[in-house]
Design a protein around this ligand. Structure first.
Ligand SMILES: [Fe+2]
Length: 246
């Protein structure tokens, strides 16, 4: 679930009726899963690859959130919670602090396999949720959510949204001398991932101050991305953000 940069409408909480997914829905999931995993085996962070196995995602079926959550709850206490659409940023972060990840349950239509402006279950579950199985990342994400409670004004929320964008959504990480993908927007999109690792993306070492200054646009390829050395960098950044919002 992407963070809405401006406030929007809170949708009524839906329930995932897994039996309502059609063969076409499952076929879309299977196609997306197969296409992404072809390259993610070599370009995805090991944290993502371990997480895929840990939460038991199926290659050919839309995930049943109840089954995913059974795995997750025992690993890190996180849950993927169905929502109907964008949440305003404060409510979104509030859910993260509770280790609840707002998750869309619709899947994109066959005609829009490669690009969908809004998140769907492939972005939210395939892109985000595997990392929630990692204890270090799970703690980090809950801390990010907790920061919103002490955010005093719109500037703080904007900074949090930028931090989230350039880490959780579009983050890169160095692993064993190679730059790998861990951000969900890159995990779930062929075009964004190819661009992020290609010659036209300006990849810079992660800097909290640079991230907080960096404007982002949600509907185009990112010209500039930030590379962490390890998830320790994210924890240090959260600590610093916490100091600044007190
Ligand atoms: Fe997202």
């Amino acid at each position: 679930m992407l963070v809405a940069p401006k406030s929007g409408q809170i949708q009524p909480t839906p329930v995932q009726d897994w039996s309502a997914y059609t063969p076409e829905h499952h076929a879309v999931w299977a196609t997306l899963y197969r296409r992404r995993m072809e390259t993610l085996r070599s370009t995805g962070s090991m944290v993502f690859l371990r997480g895929i196995d840990a939460i038991g995602l199926s290659e050919d079926r839309v995930p049943d959130l109840a089954r995913v959550n059974q795995r997750l709850s025992g690993l890190t206490g996180w849950a993927a919670v169905p929502v109907g659409g964008f949440l305003p940023a404060p409510e979104f972060f509030e859910q993260l602090a509770l280790r609840r990840f707002p998750t869309t349950i619709a899947i994109r239509p066959t005609e829009q396999l490669d690009y969908l402006p809004e998140p769907d279950i492939f972005h939210d579950v395939f892109g985000h949720v595997p990392l929630h199985a990692d204890p270090v990342f799970a703690d980090f994400l809950a801390r990010v959510g907790g920061l919103a409670e002490s955010a005093r004004d719109e500037d703080h929320i904007r900074h949090l949204a930028r931090f989230f964008w350039f880490t959780v959504e579009f983050g890169l990480i160095r692993e064993h001398g190679h730059t790998k993908i861990y951000g969900s927007g890159l995990i779930s999109s062929i075009a964004d991932a190819e661009h992020a690792l290609g010659p036209h993306c300006d990849r810079r070492p992660f800097s909290l101050d640079a991230v907080l200054r960096q404007h982002f646009e949600i509907d185009r390829l990112q010209k500039l991305l930030f590379v962490i050395g390890s998830f320790d960098d994210l924890f240090a950044a959260v600590e610093e953000l916490s100091r600044r919002t007190r």
